[in-house]
Design a protein around this ligand. Structure first.
Ligand code: ADE
Length: 258
């Protein structure tokens, strides 16, 4: 049986601008994850699979209209090459028409550890026949249109990789992330203790782990309430959270009435 914990997750990016993506694999936590053999990542230049003299990768849309469409032949050949390299990989098309990416999706992809091939569209998109025959899933990183899918693919690879145990170094780090359980992360402080006349909250210097935990939970709830109250709709407050919010409400009432 395959040891799931030891399985390396591979990210392959099909792009017309490999330089844009390759440096991403050579820096920070992603580079560390690759060095630690927890993930692998690489780019394939779709243009390398164009067979004509001019290395053409795009053409005018049938039916007319502005812009160009990515030709099917080079893209299909690039997908076939990537699939041969990483058999069984899932093919994801980066497009604003896809399902919206979020932290839950990142967790999901990291847990599955399936190898992923990202198609980064350019111009007006890819030929529909390649989409129909080779794409397993479409993902968008938000309701806005970029000039290509590269930034979107990197955003996904980054957020998925950091959830793979070991990539962030310590196993703790991502458990307190924003959006875990639909709450934002608590406020953070580091040295110096006083900065611009502002002191770090005393409880964080107390060494009392239980009190620190409580303070952080309160901070997390306050931030969520102020910045992203919509998250209380997707994940309604627990009894404990309601108690904390009521206490905060009492403190605010005392403050405004004083
Ligand atoms: N390509 C262009 N815009 C995009 C978006 N918002 N998400 C994913 N891929 C894209």
């Amino acid at each position: 049986m395959m040891d799931v914990e030891k399985q390396i997750m591979d990210f392959t990016v099909l792009t017309l601008f490999p330089e844009l993506v390759s440096s991403f694999f050579e820096h920070g936590m992603i580079q560390r994850g690759i060095e630690a053999k927890l993930i692998t990542g690489g780019c394939i230049n779709i243009r390398d699979f164009s067979c004509d003299r001019h290395k053409t990768v795009d053409d005018r849309p049938y039916g007319g209209g502005s812009g160009m469409v990515m030709k099917p032949e080079p893209l299909e050949a690039a997908i076939a090459f990537a699939k041969k390299k990483t058999p069984g990989a899932k093919v994801i098309l980066m497009t604003p028409q896809g399902t919206r990416f979020d932290q839950k999706k990142a967790c999901d992809l990291a847990a599955r550890k399936e190898n992923l091939i990202f198609i980064c569209g350019r111009y007006e998109g890819i030929d529909e026949r390649v989409y129909n025959q080779h794409v397993d899933e479409e993902i968008s990183i938000g309701d806005y249109v970029m000039t290509g899918g590269e930034l979107a693919a990197m955003a996904i690879i980054d957020s998925v990789s950091r959830m793979i145990p070991g990539v962030l170094g310590s196993c703790a780090s991502f458990q307190s992330d924003s959006f875990i359980d639909d709450r934002l992360e608590y406020a953070q402080y580091t040295r110096p203790e006083i900065f611009n006349n502002l002191k770090v909250p005393g409880v964080l210097l107390s060494g009392n782990h239980e009190k620190i935990k409580q303070w952080r939970q309160t901070s997390s709830l306050q931030r969520t309430f102020i910045k992203r109250p919509d998250l209380f709709k997707t994940q309604v407050p627990t009894t404990e959270e309601k108690q904390i919010l009521r206490q905060w409400c009492r403190e605010l009432t005392t403050l405004v009435n004083s």
